[in-house]
Design a protein around this ligand. Structure first.
Ligand code: CO
Length: 167
């Protein structure tokens, strides 16, 4: 089932999400629908609050090239630690259509999280997957990628954005 993706400036996108407590069929239904919605929208990541569910869960699939096998990953109640290095990547967001900007992130991260059955998992990763994880994790705290820009670039981005929305 396709879900509606909330877009900027919807205030729901700026709220802090709550930890997942039940790893039941409702959660699995949400995660399955999020995956369907993400693939349909050609995104490489989607967080639950972007589809109106204020819970700490997101999905990522960075196998963007056609023909590649899906590499869907689900992260629940994630905690990022041990970030090192830095990487600049041009980011976009399904909730901020029409805008892409270069954002600086940690190059390598470690993430501790739960899978859909509530089982603890750990992943150490770098590059695009690390970038996507940090971007999606921000959504759980109500942070959008434009908030990660320098003040001047953020002002320019928001100006572009208000134009994009009005037109
Ligand atoms: Co996003």
């Amino acid at each position: 089932m396709l879900l509606e993706i909330l877009t900027y400036p919807n205030p729901e996108l700026l709220k802090v999400s709550n930890p997942v407590k039940k790893f039941d069929r409702h959660l699995h239904f949400l995660l399955d629908n999020m995956a369907e919605t993400m693939y349909e929208a050609n995104g490489i990541g989607l967080a639950a609050p972007q589809v109106g569910h204020k819970v700490r869960a997101f999905i990522v699939d960075v196998a963007i090239n056609k023909g590649d096998q899906n590499q869907l990953r689900e992260f629940i109640n994630p905690k990022i630690s041990h970030g090192s290095g830095s990487i600049i990547f041009e980011e976009g967001c399904l909730s901020v259509p029409g805008l892409s900007e270069e954002v600086k992130r940690k190059e390598k991260i470690r993430i501790d999280y739960l899978d859909r059955f509530g089982k603890p998992q750990t992943l150490e990763t770098e590059g695009l997957l690390a970038v996507a994880i940090q971007h999606e994790n921000d959504h759980l705290d109500g942070v959008l990628f434009v908030d990660r820009l320098s003040p001047i670039r953020r002002r320019m981005a928001k100006k572009k954005l208000s134009k994009a929305i009005t037109l």
